[in-house]
Design a protein around this ligand. Structure first.
Ligand SMILES: *Cc1c(COP(=O)(O)O)cnc(C)c1O
Length: 368
């Protein structure tokens, strides 16, 4: 018996290369794009292990949990790490990055997360890129939570290593990811004796055996279902239009923010400035005395399909995440999420205004 997921013809090198080219189109990049056969943490770790080594000094910007992970990998590679941490309710500024670079002229690698779905902030990459460029350091960007949700222009912004995954705003599979690699980054990785080689983490393997070989022979059998899903995902984005997809995420974020404020009950946007709030997901601060994880559990008990989750780790007490991305970047998902949170707050004895929330969402997002 045939099955839709099974018995597929092998994915050819030409097919793989065609998908790669369309992903490069989404990033408007002229640089090499490598599609990695794993979730985005694979290229992120590959970039750090390729770029960092003993003797290098890295500026690691921490605006959420992913930045913390990068710092650990960088130290693991023997690099000296300068952590620039900002409170999770804000973004980092280009001035803060410039100051850190001025204090540590030896910095030769900068890692930054564009948008953090886990904390709900987004950082001004264009301005930061200018500062990093003039300093001369290699610039790595985690754009997993920004691609498809907000403008992402690695070439214009001087990003040397730009990592994306399809599982957030792109509405695609989680099992493959991609990274654009500048000429400078290739030189740097090739000159690093410690960079992974003949390894699943190796970007260089893809350069030497796939790209330099004219994209004729794959390194191993590709994750076929994931590649087909990625292709379908790019198809769907091209049909909707990248601009329309980003506009849908911006509207979802603005509507969630406005609706939460109108709802009341002590709920407030976690990220103080709207301009620093990520379009991919909106984080909310639970009212004083209300446990965020408990509130989310009550809301989900009413409707388990809502894109709600409590913050991770210590944040689970105070942070509510509305993951209005991909297929959930709709006015309906935003309305239902706020209605369910409102009902849960009312259960907890808080005074909420469901009608005001509904109206605020409709005003912030008049039509779809
Ligand atoms: C979602 C995300 C990733 C990928 O991590 P998963 O938890 O496996 O989805 C990486 N970086 C950022 C900034 C993300 O938001």
């Amino acid at each position: 018996m045939t099955h839709p997921f099974l018995d597929l013809a092998p994915l050819t090198a030409a097919h793989f290369a065609a998908v790669e080219k369309r992903v490069a189109g989404l990033l408007a990049t002229e640089q090499d794009v490598v599609i990695m056969q794993g979730e985005a943490l694979l290229p992120l770790e590959g970039c750090i292990r390729g770029g960092a080594r003993p003797g290098s000094t890295a500026l690691n910007v921490v605006t959420g949990p992913y930045g913390q992970t990068f710092g650990n990998w960088l130290r693991d590679c023997g690099a000296d790490v300068v952590d620039l941490s900002v409170p999770f309710h804000t973004a980092v500024t280009a001035d803060q990055v410039a100051r850190a670079l001025a204090e540590h002229p030896e910095i030769d690698f900068v890692s930054l997360v564009h948008a953090e779905a886990a904390t709900g902030n987004t950082n001004p990459v264009a301005e930061i890129g200018e500062v990093v460029r003039s300093h001369g350091a290699l610039f790595m960007l985690d754009a997993v939570a920004s691609v498809g949700a907000e403008p992402l222009l690695p070439d214009v912004w001087g990003v040397d290593l730009c990592v994306i995954g399809a599982q957030k705003a792109m509405g695609g599979p989680a099992g493959v990811s991609a990274v654009s690699v500048s000429e400078r980054a290739w030189e740097r990785i090739a000159a690093n004796p410690q960079a992974p080689r003949r390894s699943y983490l190796s970007l260089l393997d893809w350069k030497e055996r796939w790209i330099d070989g004219g994209r004729k022979a794959l390194l191993h059998a590709p994750a076929q279902l994931e590649m087909l899903a990625l292709e379908a995902c790019v198809d769907r984005i091209e049909t909707e239009g990248l601009e329309a997809l980003m506009a849908r995420h911006a509207a979802a974020a603005a509507a969630t923010r406005a609706g939460a404020v109108a709802l009341g009950g002590g709920l407030s946007p976690y990220v103080h400035q709207a301009a620093e709030a990520a379009p991919v997901a909106t984080t909310l601060r639970a009212p004083e005395g209300v446990d965020a994880a408990g509130l989310v559990a009550r809301a989900l008990a009413a409707d388990p399909s809502l894109p709600l989750i409590a913050g991770g780790g210590a944040l689970s007490k105070e942070m509510i995440r509305v993951n209005h991305y991909g297929v959930d970047a709709t006015r309906g998902a935003v309305q239902s999420s706020l209605a369910a949170l409102g009902a849960a707050l009312a259960d907890a004895g808080r005074k909420v205004d469901l009608e005001a929330a509904r109206k605020a969402v409709s005003e912030a997002w008049p039509s779809e």
